[in-house]
Design a protein around this ligand. Structure first.
Ligand code: ZN
Ligand code: ZN
Length: 269
């Protein structure tokens, strides 16, 4: 079985500390064979351009060097995680067209108007949780319609903050809305991400629930990307095997990796 971890951050992201080699070292010791670094680039005040933009050229040079140096142990892929690309579809499409990336993850870390999903909501109120997810899926569909990307990142990002109000850590409460989102995503041909960071943190398991994997599959969705969202070397690969087991139970026998923006299915058996 080939472990592919397609969502990770090095110090080229504003919130991570490990350099590229430390991250590759973490990947190699976790047995990860295909390893993508997907640095943050957010359209908001987090500093996409401020932090990443000014380092892009240096990052690409270091990635090229690391790709060669690590080639006998793992395949290093060069990705980007764009937050809120729909806030500036023209510029974000230019970034993806010219950036030279293997894969592009699109994520929502903020909701309009510039509200940080982690910091700016009081999730002790279930009404707030409901309102956040209603808006989350609306904006997610807007991104699918308007933006150029390969993978929709961590659908369960707000859920990470809802421990008090949704202690079971399940998306079931928003099932109807989520199903229509999954249908849109499946039809778009873009990949659903199973973000396994829940396995090392709040959930004790990776984020894909059986009902939603089954539904995505029934809607024709075949592309699944798995990523640990590690921000330090020792977290790389955590939960990936558990996610594979879930996927196999739901009838998926492969995951999708992107090389030069082209999808390829990799067997998980
Ligand atoms: Zn993210
Ligand atoms: Zn991330």
């Amino acid at each position: 079985m080939m472990l592919c971890d397609c969502h990770n951050h090095s110090w080229f992201s504003f919130d991570a500390k490990g350099n590229i080699d430390e991250m590759c070292c973490g990947a190699a010791s976790a047995g990860v064979r295909i390893f993508a670094l997907t640095e943050h680039y957010d359209y908001d005040d987090r500093g996409g351009e401020r932090h990443y933009g000014v380092r892009h050229a240096r990052r690409m040079a270091e990635m090229k060097r690391a790709k060669e140096e690590w080639a006998d142990r793992l395949e290093l892929l060069c990705g980007i995680e764009i937050g809120q690309p729909h806030l500036d579809p023209v510029r974000s499409c230019k970034l993806t067209a010219e950036g030279g990336f293997d894969l592009v993850i699109a994520s929502l870390h903020d909701l309009r108007p510039g509200r940080d999903i982690y910091r700016d909501f009081d999730y002790s109120s279930i009404e707030v949780c409901d309102a956040v997810y209603a808006q989350f899926f609306d904006e997610a569909e807007e991104m699918i319609e308007q933006c150029d990307f390969d993978v929709f990142g961590h659908f369960d990002y707000p859920l990470r903050m809802m421990e008090k109000s949704v202690p079971e850590g399940s998306m079931l409460r928003w099932k109807v809305r989520m199903l229509s989102f999954l249908k849109t995503l499946a039809q778009s041909g873009k990949a659903l991400e199973i973000n396994t960071s829940g396995a090392r943190r709040w959930l004790g398991r990776p984020g894909g629930e059986e009902w939603l994997l089954d539904a995505y599959r029934q809607f024709g969705g075949r592309r699944i990307s798995v990523g640990s969202d590690a921000h330090r070397g020792r977290d790389v690969g955590c939960g990936v095997e558990a996610a594979y087991r879930q996927l196999l139970r739901s009838g998926f026998d492969s995951v999708t990796v992107y090389r030069g923006r082209r999808p390829e299915q990799i067997s998980i058996r």
